[in-house]
Ligand binder design. Structure first.
Ligand code: NAD
Length: 467
């Protein structure tokens, strides 16, 4: 299965035909071969080998697409998929095993258990911002659950998408996996096919399109969406550390991270000092001129460059950054202080290296501010106050909540990762990922002898006596 599977011209043509792709994958699933634990193990091992042997090529492709530093691709993409594949490989036999369940007394003697079976053929649609992680981590979960998979990576990260297509064909079972490259047109054609699960990561606009298409086939969906993730800071914490953590979470991948702190809500006593210390952290991380730093990424394309730079208008007092370079699609790590809540930068998910600091009176105002908007994918809190933490847990709803640490929950196969409301539905990673791509089947077994069920047959004379 590994090494140099070269597709024939016919295979390449049919690979581009969504109906043919879906039919081929369905036939493979129907053959039963993806269900065996041995097959799943071999594919997860091959996936890890694929990443290990092509680390440099993947880092180069992601750099070509996003200007992302190699170390970031290794740390935040390749290694995380490696970890996930190992995590699920070790545990999937236990997860797949039958789980005995008690039966109602009326039916005794009887036995019951649940079985997790693969859903079938999954469609994974992924975005450009973490093009390796967000394609291959759900793929690992789908393999662990025993599915065949059609993967549609983003057209906005073309070098990585093309490389993933080649590597998947080379390393994984070519009958059980297909990578379809392309944009809206190809995705629309794929969505016309019946799949057994659709796993979509990206913006909410396309999320709705995906869900509508899925409804036509009654296909279950997981939607991993985005939104504006807030970060609350009060005067109980060490601002130097808070500033470094926030700067790291925000400016990683030039702010193009779904769970990046989108904006800061700071109390009046700390807002200005925090903004200045974030500016200091930016210099520590990226030097006096971040444009020259090998560790700072670029904006993905001209459309997003235009959009992100447009958000600086009326965003408050400029504390650092603000420089842009269209030719390089460079936007400096930028911090604004005292951002008006109705500024354009507060009107949409920023998805770029601009950090507005909005001043709020206290935790009550912060929570009211958050609750006046749609549920975010993540909320972050820098406060030692137990009361403040309790309030956030009880009075706000978000995909995840991080105390003192942005992005942290993303980096663990033991933690469910997903949104709520407008930030998404369903979660994955580890056990949750296995569940997404599985159907839990209930099985009951009642021996035919003795036929104690006679109790429940009509006429109910005997039953009436007992009840
Ligand atoms: P994108 O433009 O790459 O689109 C995502 C996918 O949808 C792509 O594969 C694309 O080809 C497809 N697509 C685009 N238009 C389509 C159409 N009209 N019909 C059908 N398919 C179409 O990515 P994006 O939407 O710019 O991604 C950024 C968003 O994704 C942000 O909101 C971000 O927060 C969110 N995001 C969420 C997560 C998460 O895990 N929850 C991770 C990364 C990004």
């Amino acid at each position: 299965m590994s090494g140099g599977t070269t597709a024939s011209p016919d295979a390449a043509r049919s690979a581009a035909d969504p109906r043919a792709v879906a039919e081929r994958l369905r036939a493979t699933f129907a053959s039963g071969r993806t269900k065996s634990l041995a097959w799943r193990r071999s594919q997860l091992t091959a996936l890890r080998r694929m990443l290990g042997e092509n680390r440099g090529a993947l880092e180069d492709a992601v750099r070509a697409d996003l200007g992302k530093p190699a170390a970031e691709t290794l740390l935040m993409e390749i290694d995380l998929v490696m970890d996930e594949a190992r995590f699920v490989r070790r545990r999937m036999a236990g997860w797949s095993a039958r789980k005995p369940k008690p039966m109602h007394w009326l039916l005794q003697p009887a036995f019951a258990w649940t079985l997790d079976e693969p859903k079938g053929v999954a469609l994974i649609i992924s975005p450009w911002n973490y093009p390796v992680l967000l394609s291959l981590e759900p793929l690992a979960d789908a393999i662990a659950a025993g599915n065949a998979v059609c993967l549609k990576p983003s057209e906005l990260s073309p070098a990585t998408s093309a490389l993933i297509a080649r590597l998947v064909a080379d390393y994984l079972d070519p009958e059980a996996f297909a990578v379809v490259q392309g944009g809206p047109e190809e995705t629309t054609a794929l969505l016309e096919q019946p799949f057994d699960h659709i796993f979509y990561t990206g913006g909410g606009r396309v999320g709705r399109i995906v869900m509508e298409a899925a409804a036509r086939h009654l296909t279950p969906v997981t939607l991993e969406l985005g939104g504006k993730s807030p970060c609350f800071v009060d005067d109980t914490v060490d601002l130097n550390t808070a500033a470094r953590r926030i700067a790291w979470g925000k400016f990683t991948n030039a702010g193009q991270t779904c769970v990046a702190p989108d904006y800061v809500l700071a109390t009046p006593g700390v807002a200005e000092m925090l903004a200045r210390r974030i500016a200091v952290a930016v210099t520590e991380f990226y030097g006096e001129d971040p444009r020259r730093s090998p560790d700072f990424a670029r904006i993905v394309n001209d459309r997003h460059f235009q959009r992100v730079t447009g958000l600086m208008e009326g965003a408050g007092q400029l504390v650092c950054g603000g420089e842009t370079d269209r030719a390089e699609r460079y936007v400096a790590p930028t911090v604004f202080l005292g951002t008006p809540p109705d500024a354009p930068v507060m009107g949409e998910e920023i998805f770029g290296p601009i950090l507005p600091v909005v001043i709020v009176r206290d935790v009550d105002e912060a929570i009211a501010f958050i609750n006046a908007r749609s549920h975010p994918l993540a909320a972050y809190v820098f406060s030692h106050s137990r009361e403040v933490r309790r309030r956030f847990e009880r009075d706000t709803s978000s995909g995840a909540l991080g105390y003192g640490l942005p992005l942290g929950h993303l980096i663990s196969s033991r933690l469910p990762f997903g949104g709520v409301g407008f930030s998404g539905m369903g979660a994955y990673h580890g056990r949750e990922g296995f569940r997404v791509f599985s159907h839990t089947k209930t099985v009951v077994d009642k021996p035919l002898f003795p036929d104690t069920l006679r109790l429940v047959y009509p006429p109910f004379t005997k039953l009436r006596e007992r009840l």
